[in-house]
Each structure stands twice: as C-alpha cells, then as structure tokens.
Design a protein around this ligand. Structure first.
Ligand code: CO
Length: 181
C-alpha cells in the first residue's frame, strides 16, 4: 500500500498544531501503529471509553478510534446521525458485502482533508460492547463506512491510503455537510 505524504496548506496548519481538542493529528507516528487487543475490562478502559465519547462529540465527529486519543488499544466508537452510539472493543469484520460503494470521508486526525473512498456497503461486525459482552452487528451504509474507517485506524491505516487520489481535496471543516470519522 502506497502511503501518501501530505503537504498541508499553510492556512490549515493551525488545525494540525492544535492540541486543545485532545485529538492526535497527522503525522503523529501513533496513527501508524497497530493497536493491541483489549484483554480485560478495567476501570481504566471505562474511563477511556468515556474520554473518547466526550472528545468525539466535542469535535462533532461521527466515529473515533482509540489511537486518535493516543491509546493503542482496539476500541472504536460509531455514532452516525440518528443512530445509537455503538462502542466496539476488539472489533472484527466477519463478512463484507460484495457490493462496494463510494462515499466521501474526512478524519478528525486529518482536519480539512476530504476524499472519496470505495468500501463494501455492508459488513457483519463482531466484538465486545462496553460491558465486555460479545456482540454482533450487521451494519450498512454510513455505519458500515464508519466502522471500516475506524478499524483501519487500529491497523495504522488512514483513509488517505485508500482514497481515490483525484478526489482528495481541502475544505474548511464544520461547513457544509461533511463529518469527520
Ligand atoms: Co479517522
């Protein structure tokens, strides 16, 4: 997989330098590391999940992976508009639909950058919920897209690695319909 080297336009650089939102930004090396599985439920893990939820919502994100708050554990959150919040620990994709769809993505760790990514339209996801109970989720549409984007984060993969190159573009965050994952 060819990794994109980003040239951040000068007017977007402050977004990459800010630390007050608690989100790790490109090119921090933590975003390229593989996160390790959660082996047991602890108070620290519950605190991490609460911290991730707060951080994601404050940033108006619709998904977040633990490495984006600097923690290399396999924990993701999916919170699509009008859908319940889904916390998935040690997520694993069991099945992918053969149908693939193209959709625009952004990322809280790559603020201001957007592009189209082709991914399976639906997935069957397995993992643990925030109480440590095994769950299976059949996800489609935006929720399936968010889950795949967040699981990529757990493997050190960014959407820019999968983007259709000619669609990659800069735009001001929080304007228009765009949401970051
Ligand atoms: Co992201």
């Amino acid at each position: 997989m060819k990794l994109l080297e980003l040239d951040i336009p000068v007017e977007y650089r402050w977004l990459y330098e800010r630390t007050d939102d608690g989100i790790v930004k490109y090119p921090d090396p933590v975003l390229r590391k593989r996160a390790r599985p959660v082996s047991r439920m602890t108070p620290d893990l519950h605190a991490l999940i609460e911290h991730m939820l707060t951080t994601m919502r404050r940033a108006q994100g619709i998904g977040l992976a633990a490495p984006q708050v600097g923690v290399l554990l396999r924990v993701i959150i999916i919170e699509a508009p009008e859908q319940p919040v889904r916390v998935v620990i040690n997520p694993q994709i069991l099945e992918r639909s053969s149908e693939q769809v193209i959709g625009m993505e952004g990322c809280l760790s790559l603020p201001g950058l957007y592009g189209d990514v082709k991914r399976p339209e639906a997935i069957l996801l397995r993992g643990l919920n925030k109480h440590g109970k095994p769950i299976q989720l059949q996800l489609k549409g935006i929720e399936a897209r968010i889950a795949q984007h967040e699981i990529d984060h757990l493997d050190g993969i960014l959407f820019t690695d999968r983007v259709i190159p000619e669609t990659l573009h800069w735009d001001v965050p929080d304007e228009g319909e765009q949401d970051e994952l």
